[in-house]
Design a protein around this ligand. Sequence first.
Ligand SMILES: Cc1cc2nc3c(=O)[nH]c(=O)nc-3n(C[C@H](O)[C@H](O)[C@H](O)COP(=O)(O)OP(=O)(O)OC[C@H]3O[C@@H](n4cnc5c(N)ncnc54)[C@H](O)[C@@H]3O)c2cc1C
Length: 292
Amino acid sequence: MLNSGLIQALRHPARPTVSVEFFPPKDEAGGAKLLQTARTLQPLGIDFASITYGAGGTSRSTTLAYGAELVKLGLPLIGHLTCVGHTRAELVAIIKQYAEAGFSGILALRGDPPKGQKDFTPHPQGFEHAHELVRLIREIHPGRFAVGVAGFPERHPDAVDDLSDVRFLAGKVSAGADFVTTQLFLDNEDYFRFVDRARAAGVSVPILPGIMPVLSLKQARTFCGFCKARIPAALIAELEACGPDEEAQRKVGVSWAVRQVRGLLARGAPGYHVYILNKAESAVELFAALRN
Ligand SMILES: Cc1cc2nc3c(=O)[nH]c(=O)nc-3n(C[C@H](O)[C@H](O)[C@H](O)COP(=O)(O)OP(=O)(O)OC[C@H]3O[C@@H](n4cnc5c(N)ncnc54)[C@H](O)[C@@H]3O)c2cc1C
């Protein structure tokens, strides 16, 4: 099985599992940059890459196209897939395309409402929640893919409370998910509290923490605003101390991420997933610092 090494690495890590996340480029120049970034990062010990689907208004067809390019580079690839606007039949067709393109796994997501809509409305012939997509993948391709789902250390923004949120997470795992990748967070305590809640709710699969080396205070505010992630006061202070020097702020972002990853691994995280924003520089510096 294509995915068996990946699942094995996640379940029984001889060393931390390291993954990086790409988003589909908007144009050819962005595509060339994405592939260059992948070539730069690949020799640095990446276990798998993932590529988002329709996030932030990006085109969906490019997920398949660039996912296939990443597979050709030899990177085990997790393709994200959301239920937004899709019938069950369409999802079946996309899952088949992912299999044909050699994807090793799928991150099964509900997705966010399209721009301009407040609430998520399922397609009448589609799915309301991610666990239904997990079940579909397992039903039509049993054992073919490593299947991941999303977890939210600071709770999903629509969730009523922490407890119901992790109960629904447990439902996604019962439906067949092999692992959880978390939303980015900048305070490790949020991750550890989330893992404790998830374990208490019966989630026993690996929970891969999502890390984003911030690029600047402005970028962090925009991105974290979008994901509803909290920026710790200590990080804001470090970034503000750099003044308008964006390169200095980027270095602070890398240093914060290095400290986060060290703290996570020291307390048992199975690895880490880096939101690299299609850029190599901060990820290269992060990996280099962590080797020392
Ligand atoms: C690692 C990661 C990668 C992502 N990649 C993408 C991407 O590529 N493209 C994209 O568009 N978005 C992406 N997202 C964002 C994600 O699609 C949104 O956060 C979305 O709002 C929730 O998706 P979900 O899969 O967690 O949904 P669900 O698990 O369905 O949860 C959505 C909400 O419903 C609740 N819920 C869950 N199950 C049930 C149930 N059975 N009954 C009642 N309530 C329930 C949950 O508590 C939550 O509040 C990603 C998020 C993460 C963390």
